[in-house]
Design a protein around this ligand. Structure first.
Ligand code: AGP
Length: 613
């Protein structure tokens, strides 16, 4: 996910911005750049320096650059529109107006068409540059950057966090967002705008969080925040008092919460090596299996334990739908003892965050002994499972410290989506056009995840109602069913509450008898092909006095009408919905456990990696 830093103050903006971007490196990126004022007072201009690759490349270029101005912006880019390159790196600058952007402008094609019809020429393939064109066009009229932003905002659709500067106003930054985070640090004689407190905490611990649909105006060291309707908003200045331990947890109370909020970056890092942004297609790099080997596969087993097994169940739905290959899923401790029948041309996929789970390792060894080709989806390079499998795809989530798996799970779901798309394309089941559309959906996912995570406080409030029930029945249909399974496991392992995950269609086959006002029904029901049936399941439960919490798409009146609590997700494709739905079920369990005073990062009786049977 992209990192943003903006600065106005007495220090050298280059130093503050690059140091801030370094603190944001965990967000994952493939290029970086700065735009900083330079030149004589009264006649300053924006100087831009950008570089593909890591910050070291940018720092090398900056060694020979000096800037006399006190205003600047910087960015680390995770490519979504336009390949990783210097020309696509941010900041993007048009006629002395420069900006950095995190997120996706969904209506970028319409905007590009309109600008091109007015004769605009483009220097990049990015959606972000188009916003710089819109602002540059507007500021020619308004002669004021803030007013230009007010005029342009209604034109934008999508999830975005943007910080802009204009060389005619050498002490002004304007920041605005819808989804991805922005926070403003108020120093002695300086202001720092950033994606994350991490980039600010070295300079000040006084911060103001910007909310969606607000516009922040930094003028010198003065900060004012307005609604998009132009009304001044009174914002609370918060003090960040991080202990050393909290610095290690990036300010989060627990590693698990930090890892939940790292998930947009984790998914981005999982996908980045395997998406060709030019052709919008999936290219599985360094798989360790040849295309010929994969073409011959006519059956797949996915074998894992716990949360990884629930990812396997989701993978079954995705791969069968996209590639039309039969997929069986097995709990590893069952697979290894049930005498599985492995026909020729079988691929056995193991999923393991740690790469050391005893049952999964044993299942892998058995699969190889029975002649199957094996593929590991793992988060730890050179782990036993990673080394012993024939092929491998990495979750790339970064170290997962919390015993309860979160970011590894969503990264696995993203990897399984790409794997299904790759196989579908290989077998002529997924057209280039459909693959491109699916890739676009996956590229939009990290920003959508950030906009869901921005509502963490609502999930916390919902969790407080959940904790008093005697149990929770998580339900879902289709690819939402494994999310129901995972949600129940999260509540069990963190809140020590009884919870079950069920296929919603099974309600009449028994679970309906469980329903009373002490048993909460939690239905995962995005607006997909199963929605109507899930809604009628809820109406049945409601009619029997059931208490209901539902997770759905957008502002769904029908779901709200049958639910005591409703949690909303962005509109997304069927294969993206489960990844988005994982976030509220993780946060619900986290907040209940935290409220109950449990050891969230080390729940009782559990280990991070079960290396014994
Ligand atoms: C998930 O929250 C648990 N920590 C546990 O179920 C875990 O997923 C399981 O033990 C498998 O671990 P692995 O992914 O490292 O193989």
């Amino acid at each position: 996910m992209c990192g943003i830093v903006g600065y106005f103050g007495q220090k050298n903006p280059k130093d503050v911005i690059v140091a801030g971007l370094k603190r944001l490196e965990y967000r994952g990126y493939d290029s970086a750049g700065v735009a900083i004022l330079d030149g004589p007072l009264g006649d300053q201009h924006i100087k831009v320096v950008r570089a593909q690759g890591k910050l070291a490349e940018l720092s090398k270029k900056l060694e020979t650059e000096s800037f006399s101005g006190r205003l600047g912006i910087g960015h680390t880019r995770w490519a979504t529109h336009g390949v990783p390159s210097e020309r696509n790196a941010h900041p993007h600058t048009v006629d002395g107006l420069s900006l950095v952007h995190n997120g996706i402008i969904e209506n970028y094609q319409d905007i590009k068409k309109e600008l091109a019809s007015e004769g605009a020429t483009f220097n990049s393939d990015t959606d972000s540059e188009l916003v710089a064109h819109l602002l540059s066009r507007a500021v020619r009229e308004t002669k004021d950057l803030f007013k230009a932003v007010e005029n342009v905002l209604p034109l934008l659709r999508g999830a975005y966090a943007i910080v802009a500067m204009w060389e005619k106003q050498p002490d002004v930054l304007v920041a605005f967002k819808n989804g991805p985070p922005l926070v403003i640090g108020l120093g002695e004689k300086e202001v720092i705008v950033a994606s994350d407190v991490q980039a600010i905490i070295s300079y000040t611990n006084k911060v103001v969080y910007i909310d969606d649909h607000e516009i922040a105006l930094v003028k010198g060291t003065d900060l004012k925040v307005f609604t998009t309707a132009g009304h001044l908003v009174k914002k609370e200045t918060q003090t960040i008092n991080w202990s050393a331990d909290q610095v290690e947890k990036a300010g989060f109370k627990h590693f698990m919460l930090k890892e939940i909020h790292e998930q947009p970056r984790a998914v981005a890092s999982a996908m980045a090596p395997h998406i060709n942004l030019e052709t919008k297609s999936v290219e599985l790099k360094d798989l360790g299996l040849t295309t010929e080997q994969l073409k011959k596969i006519d059956r797949i087993f996915i074998v894992a334990c716990g949360t990884s097994y629930y990812a396997a169940v989701a993978g079954k739905y995705v791969i069968e739908k996209l590639a039309h290959i039969p997929v069986e899923t097995d709990i590893a401790s069952e697979f290894r003892y049930r005498g599985p029948v492995i026909p020729p041309n079988t691929l056995v996929v193991t999923i393991s965050q740690s790469g050391e789970t005893a049952d999964t390792l044993a299942a892998l060894r058995l699969a190889k002994k029975l002649g199957a080709l094996t593929l590991s989806i793992c988060n730890v390079r050179a782990s036993s499972i990673d080394r012993e499998a024939n092929g491998r795809i990495y979750m790339n989530s970064g170290p997962e410290i919390g015993v309860a798996s979160t970011k590894a799970f969503v990264s696995t779901l993203a990897v399984l989506n790409l794997f299904g798309m790759f196989l579908g394309s290989l077998r002529g089941r997924l057209s280039a056009q459909d693959q491109s559309a699916a890739v676009e959906n996956m590229l939009a996912l990290p920003a959508q995840m950030e906009s869901v995570l921005a509502y963490d406080k609502f999930f916390g409030e919902a969790a407080m109602k959940l904790k008093d029930y005697r149990g929770v029945l998580f339900m879902g249909r289709g690819v939402s069913y494994p999310i129901a399974l995972e949600g129940a496991l999260k509540l069990k392992e963190l809140a020590y509450m009884h919870a079950e995950g069920y296929a919603a269609g099974e309600m009449k086959h028994g679970p309906l008898a469980l329903i009373d006002d002490r048993m909460l029904i939690l239905m995962v029901c995005p607006s997909d092909e199963h929605y109507e049936k899930s809604l009628s399941n809820l109406e049945e439960a409601r009619a029997r006095g059931g208490k209901i919490m539902s997770i759905g798409t957008g502002d769904n009146a029908a779901l709200k009408a049958v639910s005591d609590d409703y949690l909303s997700l962005p509109d997304a494709s069927w294969m993206v919905n489960p990844i988005l739905a994982a976030l509220p079920v993780q946060l619900l369990a986290y907040h209940v456990a935290e409220a109950l005073g449990h050891d969230v990062d080390q729940p009782r009786n559990l280990a991070k990696s079960v290396t014994v049977e």
